[in-house]
Write a protein that binds this ligand. Sequence first.
Ligand code: HEC
Ligand code: HEC
Length: 311
Amino acid sequence: MRIPASALALAVLCFAAPGEAQEKPAWAFPVTDKEQPAVTPNNAPRSAPGSARSYTRAQADAFFDIPDWYPAMYPVMPRIVANGAAPNVRACGSCHLPVGAGHDESAYVAALPAAYFIRQMADYKSGARKGSGSMQLIAQHASDADVKEAADHFASLKPPKWARVVETDTVPKTYIAQGNKRLVHPAGGTEPLGQRIITIPEDEEIVLYRDPRKGFVSYVPKGALAKGAALVAGGDGKTVNCTICHGPDLKGLADVPPIAGRTATYTVRQLFMLKSGERAGPQAPLMKQAVANLSVEDMLNIAAYTASLDP
Ligand code: HEC
Ligand code: HEC
C-alpha cells in the first residue's frame, strides 16, 4: 500500500511532541530592514525639559561618549557605562541607557543581581549564551574589573516602570529602523496584530535621542494577560510555577533574575533561546522544566503578563 506523502507529513505534524522545536518568531528578534523609508535627517541639537544638556542625533548615537541627559536620575556612571573601552567595548549605557531600562531590542538590566549579571557576561564570552552578536564581542573584550563596575552600577538602580501593556487586535504599521529598532512607519496605517507582540516608543524622539525619561508601549493580543498569569502559576502542569525561583512578586530571588516589568519581546527571546539551547550557561538547566512544553504562543502570553507587572 502506498501512503501519499501529504498524509505522512500530516501524521508527523499531528504526532509532533509539544516540546518540539518551533520556528523563531521574527517579531521578537528584530533585524534592521534592508529597505528603509525616507526620513529627513535632523542635524540640529535637541534640548529636553529640565536638562542643561543638548545633543544632536549623531552625538546621541556616539559609541564611546553617551548622552548624559539627566545626571540627577542615576548615580555617576562608571567609565565603562558612559565611555566603554574603545575599540571593541561600546559604552554599556549606549544601548542599556544610564537608567538600565534599555530599548526593546536590547535588554532591561536595571536592578539585576550583580552575580547574575557577571555570570551572563561570562556566558556571552564563552559562547554558551548566543543571541546577540554585539554582546558576545563586548564580553570577549571587556575586562573583569569593567564588568564588575557595570554590574554594580546597574544593580544599584531603582528599576523604572518602562512599558505599558495594551491588549488589542490592531496595531500601527511599523518597520525596523537602524539598530534593530522598531518604529511606527512614517506612511501611517494599521494592521492586524495576530499572534505577535509589537513594542513601539511612547515618544519616538525621546527614544531616538536616548533620553531616559520615557519607555514603550507593548501591544499584545486580547486575552494574553490572563493566559500568561495562568502559565506563570504553573499552567496546570504545563510548566512550573515561576515564583518558586523568581520570587513571590517575580522581582528576583538571591541571584535568580527579576522577570517582572522587563520588556516583553526580550522575555520571549530568552524563553525561546533557553528552550532551543542557544542560551545554555551553567545555570540555564534550572529553566529547562519551565520551558520544555511552552509553545511560542505560551511564551508570548507569559511575556505579556510579566511585562505588565511593576518591575
Ligand atoms: C550595541 C548595543 C549594546 C551595548 C553597547 C551593550 N549591550 Fe548588553 N545587551 C545588548 C543586547 C541586544 C542584549 C540582549 C539581547 C537578547 O539576548 O535578546 C544585551 C544583554 C545584556 C545582558 C543580559 C541581561 C540579562 O537580563 O540577562 C547583560 C548583563 C549586558 N547586556 C551587559 C552589558 C554590558 C556590561 C555592556 C557594556 C560593557 C553592554 N551590555 C553593552 C546590547 C548591548
Ligand atoms: C527552578 C528554578 C526556576 C524556575 C521554576 C523558573 N526559573 Fe526562570 N530562571 C531561573 C534561573 C536560575 C535563571 C537564570 C539562568 C542563567 O543564569 O542563565 C532564569 C532565567 C529566566 C529568564 C531570563 C531572564 C533574563 O534576564 O534574561 C526568564 C525570562 C525566565 N527565567 C522566566 C521564567 C518563567 C516565565 C518561569 C515560569 C514559567 C520560570 N522562569 C521558572 C530559574 C527558574
